[in-house]
Design a protein around this ligand. Structure first.
Ligand SMILES: Nc1nc2c(ncn2[C@@H]2O[C@H](COP(=O)(O)OP(=O)(O)OP(=O)(O)O)[C@@H](O)[C@H]2O)c(=O)[nH]1
Length: 703
């Protein structure tokens, strides 16, 4: 059964049709062979007996044998000569042959006394009849023997049987060809369909097949052809949709959804091409940065959708004046960019004037009210000395700022001094934002661990770092706002905010858990705070308000700011140290006269400037500097801290040198204060490498 299941349709049909027919035919022939043989044998026996008796009667009626010629004629008349299996012999009383017909045979047995008898004689059945005289003495005249040659008869039947088997085999072979042809007409289309379906599976939807004469296969093929056609339609449809979607995505990626103008990314790409063109072929291109004047008035009085409508209308009007080879883009909000290709500055100014006039002449109607606006345009020529696209847009932005500053609805060609003006403007904006952040508590405290290397049982430090939250919940790094804060004397405010909020956050922890896993927080003080005489009482008040032990706090002062305010700094350090607070000299080694001032500053720790630590394993001078700092600190009983530790080799080198503490991305990255401290209480905070959980932090610039 198992074997049968593995056979193909063709093999199964051949097996089912040919094998039984062959077996049946052979059985039938065999049966027929035996029947025929038996019938012939009986018929011949009967014939032999009748013939023998006939001859014996004839001979008997003649009373004597009339010589050989008579007997021969008699024999001829017996019709035996037509029968191939019979032979006949007449003998005299002494069994000497008198006449013979057919094959010769010898009766060599002693003859029985019966008058008629059938004897088995080798391959012959011999019928014997005694011939007597008809007179009363009843004397024996002779014998008539009729023999059946059974061997010859069997041989003839056997050959006939073999011939018949041959005919049957031939017939079956023809039949096999027919069966093969029929089965092939079934299996072939199935094979073709299977192959087509396999191609279909790997993505070729063209599975149409030639028509087949078998109705069942035909119906299957028709169905599959229909599926194929349907799939081809679906595929073509899908391909079109995908192409449409891709085209739409490509369009959306390059265009502004509100106005349909090119967007900032596309404009920057074209600006890049223009810059390369200028550098390679000295082409003339001009870029204009345009900003609508007092646009927020429309938004505020008519609502955002009306503002959108106005932006759409102005975009449409200005587009009409812009040449096909130019790029007019919306950069966001009410800002537009215009790249004038192959255009001289004079011509660009002319175009800008026309655009400004068009905006001036435009009236926006909303709910029966008419609004008028202006546009400020900054122009910058794309020249080969410009570094990149960023510089082109910054210059254009600066020129536009000057145009606004000149009273709005103006055109201004970029001048290098404009950058300074813009920078100042940005800084002024930061002043506003920092004051707002202090008021609304929009700063966030982060911290980074500082771990002991020599005496691992010592408590770690956590340096408090400041970040600002933006309007979208993102985090702004301190490098963005601290320079402005320093320039506009906001650092004392920021330092106080940090001290107060760090103490507020740490108060419950110091109360409950500081004894189980002690740690020290390290807070940066700016140069401006060091010069502020009211800082000391402020810190003292915070210690008492938040019940923080001064021994849990360390203040970091930079070498340069300490030097500038040396007297105040020494006073502050001395007073706070008397209460138990520790001090750390930050960025040590960055100033020219670091060592000479060190002996005047009673600090507990020295933080080596990261610039030496970073390349300590590859730069011999840095290594020598670090060793010198370590050696001086050791001789003064001051412990050292190395920042910017970024790999194991640096860590090993510092440990071997005797540096007491290490800080850096290799150990841990800055993380929100609460997150870092909960890690402190849940983990073993001796020296350990940074983990993925702290990867959220950004590049650090200490506050
Ligand atoms: N309707 C609408 N307003 C937007 C969109 N994007 C930004 N704005 C608003 O556009 C205004 C841009 O104002 P600014 O360019 O900063 O200032 P202004 O009022 O135009 O004043 P000046 O530029 O100083 O002349 C802000 O009120 C934004 O809220 C926008 O897609 N649709």
């Amino acid at each position: 059964m198992q074997f049968f299941q593995t056979l193909s349709i063709q093999s199964r049909l051949l097996l089912l049709v040919i094998a039984p027919v062959f077996a049946l035919s052979c059985s039938f022939l065999l049966f027929d062979f035996q029947e025929q043989l038996q019938r012939d044998e009986e018929k011949l026996s009967q014939h032999a007996l009748t013939t023998a008796k006939f001859l014996s009667a004839v001979v008997h009626n003649q009373s004597e044998l009339h010589g050989r010629p008579y007997i021969d004629r008699l024999l001829k008349a017996s019709q035996l000569d037509r029968e191939p299996y019979l032979s006949l012999m007449i003998t005299d009383a002494d069994n000497r042959p008198l006449a013979q017909l057919g094959a010769s045979f010898i009766v060599n047995e002693s003859l029985p006394q019966q008058e008629t008898m059938v004897m088995q004689q080798a391959t012959h059945d011999v019928t014997m009849v005694r011939i007597f005289t008809s007179e009363s003495k009843h004397a024996l005249l002779g014998f008539v023997f009729v023999a059946i040659d059974k061997a010859a008869m069997i041989e003839d039947h056997r050959q006939a049987f073999i011939r018949n088997i041959g005919y049957i085999t031939l017939g079956l072979m023809l039949c096999s060809v027919l069966v093969y042809w029929v089965s092939r007409s079934i299996s072939q289309p199935i094979r073709e369909l299977t192959a087509a379906l396999k191609r279909f599976v790997v993505g070729n939807q063209h599975i149409s097949q030639v028509k087949n004469t078998l109705p069942e296969i035909n119906s299957l093929q028709t169905t599959i052809n229909e599926i194929s056609r349907e799939m081809q339609h679906v595929e073509a449809d899908m391909r079109h949709r995908i192409q449409d979607a891709q085209a739409q995505l490509r369009y959306q990626a390059r265009h502004d959804a509100l106005t349909g103008l090119v967007n900032r990314q596309e404009l920057e790409r074209r600006l890049q091409q223009a810059l390369e063109d200028v550098k390679q072929h000295r082409a003339n291109h001009v870029f204009c940065y345009m900003d609508l004047d007092q646009f927020r008035v429309i938004n505020d009085t008519c609502g955002h959708p009306a503002g959108d409508e106005m932006l759409r209308q102005i975009s449409m009007i200005l587009s009409q004046r812009i040449r096909a080879e130019d790029t007019f883009a919306r950069l966001g909000g009410d800002e537009f960019g215009l790249l004038l290709s192959y255009c001289q500055v004079e011509k660009a100014i002319e175009i800008a004037v026309q655009l400004r006039q068009m905006v001036e002449a435009f009236r926006f109607m909303h709910e029966g009210r008419l609004f008028q606006t202006g546009i400020s345009i900054g122009i910058v020529e794309v020249t080969a000395d410009l570094k990149d696209v960023g510089q082109i847009t910054r210059h254009a932005d600066a020129a536009c700022y000057v145009a606004k500053d000149n009273g709005r609805n103006q055109i201004h060609l970029f001048h290098p001094e404009d950058d300074v003006l813009l920078k100042r403007h940005v800084e002024m904006e930061w002043v506003l934002r920092i004051n707002e952040a202090i008021e609304h508590n929009d700063f966030v405290l982060y911290c980074q661990g500082i771990f002991p290397m020599q005496q691992k049982e010592l408590p770690p430090f956590y340096e408090i770092l400041i970040r600002k939250r933006d309007e979208h919940g993102g985090i702004i790094p301190p490098a963005e706002f601290l320079p402005s804060a320093e320039r506009y004397q906001l650092m004392t405010k920021i330092d106080r905010w940090v001290i107060q909020h760090a103490f507020m956050a740490l108060q419950p922890l110091f109360k409950s858990q500081s004894t189980t896993r002690p740690f020290i927080v390290s807070i940066n003080l700016s140069g401006m705070s060091l010069g502020d005489p009211t800082l000391l009482p402020y810190i003292q008040k915070c210690f008492s308000n938040y019940e923080i032990s001064p021994s849990h706090v360390c203040f970091e002062v930079t070498e340069t700011s300490a030097i500038i305010n040396i007297d105040n700094t020494i006073k502050l350090i001395t007073e706070l140290k008397a209460m138990g607070t520790r001090f750390m000299l930050d960025d040590f080694g960055s100033g020219m006269s670091s060592f000479s001032y060190l002996k005047h500053l009673p600090v507990d720790f020295l933080k080596m400037d990261g610039a030496y630590v970073k390349d300590i394993t590859i730069n011999k001078v840095d290594l020598a500097m670090a060793k010198a700092i370590q050696s001086v600190a050791e001789s003064m009983g001051i412990q050292t801290i190395a920042e910017y530790v970024e790999d194991q080799a640096t860590l090993d080198c510092l440990e071997e040198m005797g540096v007491a503490y290490a800080q850096g991305f290799y150990l841990n990255r800055p993380a929100p204060l609460s997150e870092a401290l909960s890690r402190h209480f849940s983990a073993n905070n001796t020296l350990q490498k940074s983990t993925a959980s702290s990867a959220s932090a950004t590049t650090d610039v200490s506050a």
